[in-house]
Design a protein around this ligand. Structure first.
Ligand code: ZN
Length: 154
């Protein structure tokens, strides 16, 4: 992420498993505008303020297919992310969600994934991720598809 100034903008976080915006599939971004880059910056500051490992546009009431995910301990802005491959091997770990305060749910996830996305400069990127980073990205991409961790609850 690029930071442009000292001002911090915390966005309100939408909560509740039934909130309509959290259940709506996002729309692909066709143009990377200054406004979109500002949104991603504000989302990351909101994520930091809430101590989250990631944050997706629907969580701040938006419908663009964008999110921020901690990847190898660095926040990365993902525009139009798609998981193009998942390992068959999975593991189960407890996850929380900024939109579901106080809930911790065991979620099975692929241990390794390949993800493609655009960065804020519009460049196509591809990354192979493993472990916690792969888990965070799968959680955020779920948000972009209207899916929440409660959907995995037994
Ligand atoms: Zn979440």
């Amino acid at each position: 992420m690029a930071y442009y100034g000292p001002e911090v903008a915390l966005l309100p976080i939408i909560t509740g498993a039934d909130a309509p915006i959290l259940r709506t599939k996002t729309k692909s971004v066709t143009r990377i505008t200054k406004e979109l880059v500002k949104l991603l910056k504000d989302m990351d500051e909101t994520r930091i303020g809430s101590e989250g490992a990631g944050i997706a546009a629907p969580q701040v009431g938006r419908s663009e297919r964008v999110c921020i995910a901690m990847i190898n301990k660095v926040p990365v802005a993902l525009i139009n992310p798609e998981i193009t491959w998942k390992s068959e091997e999975t593991d189960v770990q407890q996850e929380g969600c900024l939109s579901l305060p106080g809930q911790w749910i065991d979620v099975p996830r692929a241990i390794e994934i390949i993800i493609s996305f655009k960065n804020t400069k519009g460049a196509e990127q591809e990354m192979k991720l493993r472990g916690w980073s792969a888990r965070v990205v799968q959680h955020e991409v779920d948000h972009l598809d209207g899916k929440l961790i409660v959907d995995y609850a037994a």
